[in-house]
Design a protein around this ligand. Structure first.
Ligand SMILES: [Zn+2]
Ligand SMILES: [Zn+2]
Length: 159
């Protein structure tokens, strides 16, 4: 049917044939990839079932019924436990580092104009606003950058 269609279209058919990407199912390379994908998928499904059978067999007969694998599996499971807790602690450290970096970046961002200043900057390099969290020195109320007198308690803020 596709050939008839191309024949009727004449020159246009040749152009369409050249654009084989528009007809992926007819492309031999695509057919091969599809077949390859199907083989891989089925192999994976087969392997998954063997895994399930293995787990059930161990649950039912115990690891002792498979002495040729018992020691190896126990060693792997012990290593797996150690590796898992190592991974957990590495993840926790990674998150802590990221949070510290995010906090440092937030602290260096100008509260007035949003400019990203280098860490430890005391006055914004872009607009001159005082950097750092601003809280009333007396009552601790949050203050806008550059506030001279606290709106809550009236205390004069240090320059
Ligand atoms: Zn600024
Ligand atoms: Zn105050």
């Amino acid at each position: 049917m596709a050939n008839d269609l191309f024949g009727n279209l004449g020159n246009l058919g040749g152009i369409v044939k050249g654009l084989s990407s528009f007809m992926p199912q007819d492309d031999p390379a695509v057919k091969m990839i599809n077949a390859q994908t199907q083989v891989s998928d089925l192999k994976k499904q087969e392997a998954d079932i063997y895994v399930e059978i293995g787990r059930k067999a161990v649950a039912q007969y115990g690891l002792e019924a498979f002495p040729e694998y018992a020691d190896k599996l126990r060693l792997i499971q012990s290593n797996l436990q150690a590796a898992t807790s190592e991974l957990d602690s590495q993840k926790a450290e990674h998150e802590a580092r990221e949070k510290a970096a995010a906090d440092a970046a937030a602290a260096a961002r100008c509260p007035s104009c949003g400019y990203d200043n280098p860490e430890g900057t005391r006055f914004c390099q872009e607009c001159g606003a005082k950097m750092g969290a601003q809280n009333c020195v007396s009552c601790g109320a949050p203050l806008q950058p550059g506030t001279r007198f606290c709106g809550e308690c009236g205390t004069r803020q240090p320059e």
